[in-house]
Ligand binder design. Structure first.
Ligand SMILES: [Zn+2]
Ligand SMILES: [Zn+2]
Length: 303
């Protein structure tokens, strides 16, 4: 791992929506250079309450984009084009590739895929667990750790089902960043398959204990800075967000929390996140939809 690595908080204040709906103050995407080879982007809450984060990592031979956001517009495509051009101006390479992959297949992470479909030199990985396994060469999903080389920059991927069947975690050896999708983040962790999720978390804890992890970066922020207090579902303005980055101890806490709700369907509040256990609820099918799960959280909170 590189020496220049900082292990303290990311030096950034994220866009978090506009105080007035009539006067927009956020750009469509915030572009944060964590380093010259590592870009973290956040989509505006003015465009989508999900306000997901996406990640662009540059290697010598190809760039890797994880997730394409929650809207169909072409904005992210133009931003990525400009970022790749900027990278190539400093680091000339011929036949430079772009691989577009997903933390998982939910709509708020894949909606921008079409923007990249016709881009030259670009591969968009499919959304299903089968697509992910075929592209990255998994032969023993989900517990196998698979390497993916960007050119002098190796990523490690592992299946992480539980929130979604095609969830993966991506570890970047160069920066020590662990990209955890919707499985680990400061918000409401929706679990549709709790046994799979607990297995995933146990494997993830073992994974991080064998590596140096600088930050655990998920794809949303839904908590406030007050322990256990989240913003309401659909909230468009979140001035008191905690940092996106989480720590390995928090990851262990989440694993322990998941084990503790094994017999408790529905939402349970913890200091740094909620877990919404969709298992065992009367009708699971509708609960797979985020919005309905969210309503369940709201009802419990109002009680
Ligand atoms: Zn999701
Ligand atoms: Zn999401």
């Amino acid at each position: 791992m590189d020496e220049q690595l900082a292990t303290d908080h990311l030096d950034v204040r994220w866009i978090h929506g506009s105080a007035s709906r009539r006067r927009r103050t956020d750009p469509a995407w915030q572009v944060h250079h964590h380093r010259d080879d590592t870009v973290i982007l956040r989509q505006s809450k003015d465009d989508t309450y999900e306000a997901p984060f996406t990640f662009l990592l540059f290697g010598a031979d190809r760039a890797f984009l994880l997730d394409t956001g929650a809207t169909k517009d072409v904005g992210l495509g133009h931003i990525v084009d400009a970022l790749v051009d900027g990278w190539l101006a400093e680091h000339p390479a011929s036949a430079y590739q772009l691989v577009v992959a997903h933390s998982h297949g939910h709509g708020d992470h894949v909606a921008g895929d079409a923007t990249f479909a016709d881009r030259p030199g670009t591969t968009v990985v499919g959304k299903t667990a089968d697509d992910v396994q075929a592209f990255f060469g998994f032969t023993s999903w989900p517990d196998e750790v698979v390497g993916f080389d960007l050119g002098d920059r190796r990523l490690e991927l592992m299946g992480l089902p539980g929130h979604h069947a095609a969830s993966i975690v991506v570890y970047d050896e160069r920066t020590g960043l662990l990209l955890s999708g919707d499985s680990v983040y400061p918000g409401r962790i929706y679990v549709t398959d709790l046994p799979a999720f607990i297995d995933s978390m146990n494997r993830l804890v073992a994974f991080v204990e064998a590596r140096t992890v600088t930050h655990v970066l998920g794809c949303h922020i839904e908590m406030t800075t007050r322990p256990g207090r989240d913003y309401p579902i659909g909230c468009r303005y979140q001035p008191d967000e905690p940092p996106l980055e989480m720590t390995v101890p928090q990851l262990r806490d989440l694993r322990d929390a998941a084990v503790s709700v094994a017999d408790r369907p529905g939402p349970t509040r913890f200091d740094d996140f909620w877990i919404v256990n969709g298992m065992g609820l009367r009708s699971q099918a509708p609960l797979i939809a985020r919005g309905l799960l969210g309503r369940a959280v709201d009802l419990v909170r109002r009680r």
